[in-house]
Design a protein around this ligand. Structure first.
Ligand code: SF4
Ligand code: SF4
Length: 456
């Protein structure tokens, strides 16, 4: 048996080596994902992030219950039990995980300076597109006034984590409609000597060469996310732009070219459902001539929330994973969805209120960029006015019944407050994990063969 991935040192230190209990029977841990990769069997532990290549006989013993005597007679089984791959049959792993998560949060936070490292900023909720699926539909358009922008700057400077690099995530509406607000806030950060970088979620339509230059030099942008929802006809009807582009699709592809040519990292998000999924391959083929550096471009396929909430949505998920294999055959990258090296301590920004905060155009503070998902926790004028909500979001919850026994619990954490539906999350998360592991194992194999070639 060979160790392939060393795991998260913090998790491994906190969990330690397990003693074999003399009178217990053992089973595989809920957090172990078995995987066949290029004909070899592996087991990956999703809590410690350790991975072993195992013998074929062990790989076929998934349902086996082991006695402690069996385990002690076999050095591989002993190591697997000591490292938590095999656990006592009656172990409540959800409760165990809740305890470990609590400790790991304390360990990682220890000695860290207070203050936000990430601000999600919405200069406006107005948008020049009218996407048929937009979660902000029906929301009143609000654009940040000069007064709110000034107070936002003051709030940011008062609450930023001193001496740390800060990430500004520009979100909307269409954030580029609020270009002047972005200028104002980023200029203020520069003037105050804050070390920051920006990323932008945009529909891309308003991008120009001059704006790309400004993004890099003045806004410190390193990455953009642009949504492309299918091929020409589908995209044009879904986006339904206010401005009459001849074809919004080809217009946005030409903007994408400007971004990629400038060396910025680009994520193309494709919101998919039954209607547009058939056109995704064509869209990728259309995109290719516009992309000089495909290695700087990832394609992220995400089923629309309404699809994720439907029983029949499973068909879309299955097709999505086939498409990811197609993307691998091109030079584009796919977005990883799993943490393979370090334990994820928070589900998302909503659970990380001591480190990250969203600021709406009216100056209200939120824990999530989807503003209508949660109550506001304060304002840039009054600061945090709902410490009770901050505490509630920061506490490790009890594991939901549906998450007990799920291999992805250490990826999802115990967080249950997100309103986005997730009917097939078990299937989807497990597939993402397997997919990301295959890629990681390939990378390791490639690195090993490169090293061997260099030795020759
Ligand atoms: S939310 Fe879904 S995928 Fe995540 S742990 Fe729960 S059941 Fe598993
Ligand atoms: S609570 Fe849900 S919608 Fe909000 S940031 Fe987290 S995952 Fe996203």
């Amino acid at each position: 048996m060979k160790q392939i991935m060393n795991g998260d040192p913090h998790a491994i230190a906190v969990i330690g080596k397990k003693k074999i209990q003399g009178d217990a029977t053992y089973r595989w841990s809920d957090f172990v994902l078995p995987l066949m990769h290029r004909g070899e069997p592996y087991v990956f532990h999703n809590l410690t992030k350790r991975c072993y290549q195992v013998s074929p006989s062990l790989a076929t013993a998934r349902e086996t219950v082991f006695t402690s005597a069996n385990i002690l007679r076999d050095s591989d089984l002993t190591l697997l039990a000591e490292d938590g791959f095999l656990v006592p049959a009656d172990k409540d792993e959800a409760a165990y995980y809740e305890g470990i998560l609590q400790v790991l949060r304390m360990v990682r936070e220890k000695g860290k300076k207070k203050g936000y490292r990430s601000f999600v900023l919405l200069p406006t909720t107005a948008c020049n597109a009218r996407c048929v699926y937009c979660f902000e539909q029906g929301m009143k358009y609000v654009t940040m006034t000069d007064e709110v922008a000034e107070q936002t700057i003051r709030f940011m400077l008062d609450h930023v984590c001193p001496g740390e690099k800060v990430t500004l995530s520009w979100f909307g509406g269409e954030p580029l409609i609020g270009e002047k607000t972005i200028d104002r806030i980023t200029d203020a950060m520069t003037a105050a000597g804050i070390d920051f970088k920006s990323k932008i979620v945009t529909n891309g339509s308003l991008i120009t060469e001059a704006l790309v230059e400004k993004m890099k030099k003045r806004w410190h942008v390193y990455a953009l996310q642009i949504t492309l929802d299918g091929v020409e006809e589908e995209y044009n009807s879904r986006k339904n732009y206010v401005f009459p582009y001849d074809s919004a699709y080809w217009h946005v592809l030409s903007r994408i070219k400007m971004i990629v040519d400038s060396g910025l990292y680009l994520c193309i998000r494709v919101n998919i459902d039954e209607k547009n999924i058939g056109g995704v391959k064509q869209m990728i083929d259309d995109l290719r001539p516009f992309i000089k550096y495909p290695e700087n471009t990832t394609i992220d396929l995400v089923p629309l929330f309404e699809v994720q909430g439907r029983e029949s949505g499973i068909a879309v998920w299955k097709e999505l994973f086939e498409l990811m294999t197609y993307i691998d055959s091109t030079e584009f990258c796919t977005t990883p969805h799993s943490q393979l090296k370090r334990v994820k301590l928070r589900h998302c920004m909503a659970e990380n209120l001591t480190r990250s905060i969203a600021i709406a155009p009216d100056g209200k503070l939120y824990n999530c960029e989807n503003l209508d998902s949660f109550e506001s926790i304060g304002t840039v004028f009054d600061g945090i006015t709902r410490p009770d909500l901050v505490r509630a979001f920061s506490t490790v919850e009890k594991t939901a019944e549906k998450c007990r026994g799920c291999v992805s619990l250490p990826e999802c954490t115990t967080f249950t407050k997100c309103k986005n539906p997730s009917t097939h999350c078990k299937f989807a998360k497990r597939e993402y994990l397997a997919y990301d592991l295959h890629r990681q194992l390939d990378k390791k194999a490639n690195a090993a063969s490169e090293e061997m070639a260099a030795d020759c």
